[in-house]
Design a binder for this molecule. Structure first.
Ligand SMILES: NC(=O)c1ccc[n+]([C@@H]2O[C@H](COP(=O)([O-])OP(=O)(O)OC[C@H]3O[C@@H](n4cnc5c(N)ncnc54)[C@H](O)[C@@H]3O)[C@@H](O)[C@H]2O)c1
Length: 397
């Protein structure tokens, strides 16, 4: 059993609480910190939490607390993490880890030198669909991974601090790109170094200082390419889609908007449909079990199993730091309009690997370009002579 201090009683704090306690779980939130007395009290009532406070340190230091779950606005992550280090409490932090790589690096170094458990709550690499797809990728079902694309777009966040560039640290690149980068990175291989990025970003709709729409390419050292599409201007709900393509196959995942659950209502008895759904009448796309489909259950299971086994979870502060470093390069690229290198002061994966070869051996003298079976029944191969470079085709049995 883990006894948890929840920091933050807002949108994600409540999603986490539902996941932690909603399934007859043996884990329990024992302290809730929130900025305002009435919200900490209400959260404590709703989730039967014994201790509530408006003092962050008091919650972290509470003697009943084994692990702290940080569900606070981005500008407060570092302060909360440093207090966990001070009180030697295991810590899990929501995404993004920091507002930038410098903050993330300070947090990573602090938890490691304090010797405390650290987990990065990147739920979207724990969705049932991601877990299944990732297994197939790891088993080689798609061959060598060439391209991994992730898209998260919705009509914009639900609280004022997200829209304040100082508190949030950025716009949709930071808020949504952090998910997409980690999804693509996981498919391509977390030990493969992201080396440079090209990013377009603009403020197209909202009267804010940060970007509300962005598209980026992230190049990896083995030649694979990651891609993200993120927006706070998309109309029609929460669009969460991933695509991964390899030399032997492809996977397309639709996580949220079109999951095979479709419903029509005139609006009578209208109710909550799904996160960021813009309508509750007409044709709707509800989500069966958001907690599970967004990965929260599998994520906390990994966190607590790892904590109890003395091992590292799949996602740690190190991963959060890598993600922040990629996103920092995106911001530089959006400004410079150039490919920008990803600056990694800390890197624990493979070093100096060369781009994977694109040459497929056919026989001693030829490379294979393609095998073809035509509509009129002919079977042929298209080959390239290794010496002369000549490309030709020949019919085969
Ligand atoms: N899928 C996900 O993993 C996911 C989804 C949403 C949000 N988040 C992350 O969770 C964190 C919190 O986001 P949220 O959506 O719960 O926000 P929210 O505004 O709904 O809740 C924020 C909570 O922090 C508390 N708080 C303390 N000091 C505050 C201050 N100075 N200003 C504002 N709030 C303060 C508020 O009382 C509230 O309980 C962010 O880092 C966000 O990026 C993650």
């Amino acid at each position: 059993m883990q006894r948890i201090a929840m920091l933050g009683s807002g949108f994600i704090g409540r999603f986490y609480a539902e996941s932690l306690q909603g399934y007859r779980s043996r884990d329990k939130i024992v302290s809730i910190y929130s900025r305002r007395e009435e919200s900490s009290k209400k959260f404590a009532e709703d989730y039967k939490v014994n201790h509530h406070t408006t003092n962050m340190e008091e919650s972290i230091a509470h003697p009943d607390v084994d692990i702290v779950c940080i569900a606070l606005p981005n500008n407060l992550h570092e302060e909360a993490v440093m207090l966990c280090c001070k009180h030697k409490k295991a810590v899990m932090t929501t995404k993004p880890l920091g507002r930038n790589a410098a903050e993330a690096k300070r947090m990573l170094e602090a938890v490691e030198s304090a010797g405390i458990f650290n987990g990065y709550l990147e739920d979207l690499v724990y969705t049932p669909k991601f877990i299944k797809a990732h297994e197939s990728v790891k088993n080689g079902a798609l061959g060598r991974i060439l391209w991994a694309k992730s898209r998260e777009t919705h009509p914009g966040p639900h609280s004022e601090w997200f829209w304040n560039i100082e508190q949030a640290g950025g716009g949709c690149i930071l808020d949504l790109g952090c998910h997409c980068v980690e999804i693509a990175r996981s498919y391509i291989g977390k030990d493969i170094k992201p080396i440079e990025v090209m990013c377009w970003a603009d403020t197209q709709v909202k009267p804010i200082d940060a970007e509300d729409h962005s598209i980026a390419l992230v190049k990896y050292e083995n030649g694979a390419i990651g891609q993200f599409e993120v927006s706070w201007t998309f109309r029609g709900g929460l669009d969460l889609r991933d695509e991964v393509m390899g030399t032997e196959g492809t996977i397309w995942i639709n996580n949220f908007l079109r999951t095979g659950f479709e419903m029509f209502t005139t609006g009578i008895g209208a109710d909550y449909v799904a996160e960021k759904a813009e309508s509750n009448t007409g044709w709707l796309f509800p989500v069966g079990d958001e907690l599970n489909e967004l990965g929260y259950n599998h994520m906390f299971m990994d966190m607590f199993n790892s904590l109890e086994n003395g091992s590292s979870p799949k996602e740690t502060f190190y991963d959060g730091y890598i993600v922040n470093s990629v996103l920092d390069a995106c911001y530089r690229s959006a400004k410079s309009k150039q490919w920008e290198p990803v600056q990694l002061d800390i890197w624990r994966g493979k070093e100096g690997i060369s781009k994977d070869s694109h040459l497929i051996e056919y026989d001693n003298d030829h490379y294979l370009i393609k095998e073809e079976v035509t509509h009129y029944g002919a079977k042929k191969v298209i080959l390239k002579n290794k010496q002369t470079g000549r490309i030709f085709e020949k019919e085969v049995g």
